[in-house]
Design a binder for this molecule. Sequence first.
Ligand SMILES: [Fe+2]
Length: 306
Amino acid sequence: MSNEFTVQQLLERVNGTRQGEEGNERVRQFTARIVSDLFRTIDDLDVSADEFWAATDWLSRLGGSGQMGLITAGLGFDRLLDIRADEADRQAGRASGTPRAIEGPLYIAGAPLSQYETRLDEGEPRGEVLVMEGRVLDENGQPVAGALVDVWHANEHGRYSHFDPSQPPYALRRRIETDAQGRYRFRSFLPPGYAIPPNSPTSELFEALGRHGNRPAHIHFLVAAPGQRLLTTQVNLPGDTFIDDDFAFATRDGLVVTLEPGTAPQGYESLGVTGPFTRVRFDFTLQRALHEDESKPLARMARVAG
Ligand SMILES: [Fe+2]
């Protein structure tokens, strides 16, 4: 057998298995497709060796930077998966519920758990006081008691606890269990939008693409309950410059909330509210789970880990 290959023969070798081995068929299928597409890209665009090695250097640095989850969002993959899930729901005739939105790479499991209400912010009040409240409903509009609302958002500098070591553990991250009427509420402050880190592999690519790396102000949620499909979503705060131009493509028309500034504090004393504040009212509507796996309150990486 000759060891001189055409490109086609090389591809067949790359995608071949050892004698008697089958490997993982799905992984082999993906690899064969991606490698042959890249071979074709290199050929069609006449990619030079220097360009190829510059790209692999960038990928190595990206992997080391922990920014893989920023790139997947910024290149549209996170939204693509949501578009595909929405389409699958439509084809299956499933009720839509609250629109899903991307999880993003900055979720941490195990935030402190409260019943009905809690404060996300600790210590000194900062920013404009926000109380967000509402109910978790099933697809028939009935309240879901004992649902778990897992909420997280960035601090006033656009950074997330855990990934930003200057913040206390689980700062601005909480889990809230809904009461018998399916209600939840929490106090925090209106978070700002934020941008991808400068001087990073992600910003390098976005500069080369001529794109910005800004996300409009938002609050993330995972909402879970037995028998209901896990909902991963986020709400957007209106008025942000980038609300219709999110670098991660995560704004959805049904998720831009209404701010009610100047809400009177009566009835909110247990959250330490003493003066007028900004209220947001938002109900989450869950889809009925078709099987147990759909209702597991797991973030994306926990699902992958099994
Ligand atoms: Fe975020």
